[in-house]
Structure formats: C-alpha cells, structure tokens
Design a protein. Sequence first.
Length: 129
Amino acid sequence: MQPWVYSETVKEHFLNPRNFLMGDETKYPHDTEGVVGNPICGDQMKMFLCVQDGKITDVKWKTYGCASAIASTSALSELVKGKTLDEALKVGPREITDCLGGLPKHKIHCSVLGHEALAAAIENYRKSE
Ligand code: FES
C-alpha cells in the first residue's frame, strides 16, 4: 500500500468539509453563484455566495472533484468568509495550499477549482448589480 501523501489538515478538511452544500441548492438562498469545470480532469465545482455591503457573509459549494478539490475548497470557503469581494479574489491557490500544509504537485490543479468558481460567482454578481 502506498503511503498517505496528504497532510493531516488536508485529510481533516476532506473528511469534514466546511460549508459544503448538502442537498437541494434551490433551498439555499444566495445572491450569486458560479460554476466551472477543470480542463485538466473534467471535474466540476459550483459555488454559492451571500453578499452584503460588498462582503461575503456566507459561502456554500458542491463539487464532483477529488479529495484535494474538496479539501482546498473547504479551506477556501473559510478563508473568504467575511472578506470583501476584492479581498476574496486575492485568495489564490498558494494561500489555499499553505493553509492545508501543502498538496502533492500533481494535485495543485485541484486547488484552482474552488478559486475559479468563486471568481465566476463574483463576476456574475457584479454583472447583475
Ligand atoms: S482530479 Fe479533478 S479536481 Fe482533483
């Protein structure tokens, strides 16, 4: 059996994902959403934001992505809550992977998925303003 290559923090976020949207998304009131696909692996991520006075007051997400995508987006969702939209956009894959204690190199692309869904949701929000 191969050794576990993920940090304990990754494992913890994967097993207990923060702000994961269970069930019917139409029952979760939100101000904007964004959906993206990862061109490298084809996985999808959908993110929902509540925005008040230019700040993210709540975040939910769902994905068909892998364990790294789940852990990364879980961490991202905690990092962006309470931030302004511009501040949230600055939380990139480097900050996410640092927060997780690193990711294997071949899994870095998974950490981008949540960030891109967040950016899509913010773009959609700004278009609707
Ligand atoms: S392999 Fe697709 S998101 Fe990780």
